[in-house]
Design a protein around this ligand. Sequence first.
Ligand SMILES: [Fe+2]
Length: 267
Amino acid sequence: MTSIIQFADVHFGVEDREAMAVLAQTVESLKPDVTVICGDITQHGGTDEFKAARDWIKRLPCPKVLTPGNHDTPMYGLLHRFFDPFGRYKRYIAPLGDPHFTDENVSIVPLTTARGWQLKTDWSLGIVDMEDLDLAINQLNGAAGSTVKMISVHHPLIYPPVSPLQKETERGGEALKRLSEANIDVVLSGHVHAPFVLERQPDETEIMSIGAGTLSVRRRDRPASFNHIVIDQEMINVTEVFWQDGKFSLAKPQPKKIAELKSRRIP
Ligand SMILES: [Fe+2]
């Protein structure tokens, strides 16, 4: 059995301090083997925010899989943003595309979809670089022995209907097709500040989609939350852990049979 904690959108600087104060003991009780953080670790990409995030990440009691979000580039200081958008992220958190995790049940590899700037007015949108995607796929398929293969991103590759935010990730649909052909099972994401579990992607691609909520005060009509995912040789079980009335509580688990997930995809 592998116990995975999935965080997203902690947004250090505007994190929910009450929830964060008791988070560690809740996480410990779930006995995680790996923690995945799906981006927007900071609010403005500022140095003090990154230092606080670094210290928090260091204290997490297991290996991590990390990816930046659009808020992890400097919001102030355009020169930084243009020429070294992930400089602070790399200095304080991790290299892009690293680290990843493998055991007998699951392999998880991160893919960066955030950009410092882009040729669009909305720089918060996601973009998939297909060469980066192929590298991630090769890492996942090179991880011999793992049953379930997951890619972790910040932006959903296609936004789910339940998302309060509806945008488009550039080449997201194309990326899903390639992931499906490569027999990848799950996309883990953040960005929309609302948790969700979908058996298949919104475009019907047969890849499960698991989104984590936010642990910040920037909420969209949902409590602060994160996901607990348990994988064994037969099942993927996703449980939202949400913050309400001064404590963390577990929502109803959402189980999925791994054989069923794979049988839908393999001809
Ligand atoms: Fe966010």
